[in-house]
Design a protein around this ligand. Structure first.
Ligand SMILES: Nc1nc2c(ncn2[C@@H]2O[C@H](COP(=O)(O)OP(=O)(O)OP(=O)(O)O)[C@@H](O)[C@H]2O)c(=O)[nH]1
Ligand SMILES: [Mg+2]
Length: 222
């Protein structure tokens, strides 16, 4: 008889499907999805949309640009067959956009984060070459204040040396108390490990049946 393969290896590889693109607060309010959600947050250009593509093993599922400020909407991607959503958010902290545009994005991100009851975790992305910034700390503090688990991700690992990477990991671990996973959307380094973490955080809650007691067990039929 063949050996039973480990459960991890029998799970079908997840696929990503665009479920909704939301530009306004009204659209956000009316988008009712009861699936668990994990949001990808981080400064503009950190590589959120590229990471969505790397996770999906597709090139153009999410729009990517070398110009910061590419993603302007909240994009929900359903993870199949797991049944949760990954959310690609606009980036924060990009100074060269107009004041009005930045304000409306900030409002959209804030509303999404504060008013999504099924939000399960925040994947917080940090560029491995850029020192910690106040805006990242604010995002981490927000997640902590909500009791949201943070999955810390160091992006663009292909662009920095091992030494730089280790220093950055240490700085982030000290600041947010979570060891970041190092990934590269170019070489696909760390993508499998990140999938494991995301699938664990997004899995549907198991509602435990109460234990059978004489009080809650109906009498057997005559
Ligand atoms: N070398 C390298 N470049 C990357 C990686 N990930 C993203 N990039 C590049 O970084 C730039 C920004 O990537 P995006 O994925 O659009 O970044 P984003 O965080 O979605 O940006 P906004 O939508 O503006 O918030 C693009 O030029 C990408 O090709 C990576 O792992 N390695
Ligand atoms: Mg983007």
């Amino acid at each position: 008889m063949p050996d039973t393969p480990a459960e991890k290896n029998t799970r079908p590889a997840p696929t990503l499907e665009l479920l909704a693109t939301l530009y306004t607060l009204d659209q956000l309010k009316n988008a009712v999805h009861d699936m668990p959600q994990i949001a990808l947050a981080g400064r503009s250009n950190v590589g959120k949309s590229s990471l969505i593509n790397a996770l999906a093993r597709r090139k153009k599922l999410a729009k990517v640009s070398s110009e910061p400020g590419k993603t302007r909407s909240v994009n929900l991607f359903e993870v199949k067959p797991d049944g949760f959503c990954l959310t690609d958010l606009p980036g924060y902290g990009y100074a060269r956009r107009g004041h009005e545009e930045r304000r409306s994005w900030a409002e959209l991100i804030q509303n999404y984060l504060e008013k999504t009851p099924t939000l399960r975790a925040l994947a917080l992305l940090i560029d491995c070459r850029i020192p910690t910034q106040e805006s990242d700390r604010v995002m981490a503090d927000f997640a902590k204040s909500r009791g949201l688990p943070i999955i810390a991700v160091l992006t663009k690992a292909d662009k920095c040396t091992l030494k730089e990477r280790a220093a950055q990991q240490k700085a982030w671990q000290k600041m947010i108390g979570v060891k970041p996973i190092t990934v590269s959307s170019v070489t696909k380094m760390g993508i499998d490990e990140l999938w494991e973490r995301l699938r664990e955080a997004g899995k549907p809650e198991v509602i435990e049946e109460p234990e059978a007691t004489p009080e809650n067990t109906p009498d057997s039929a005559e």
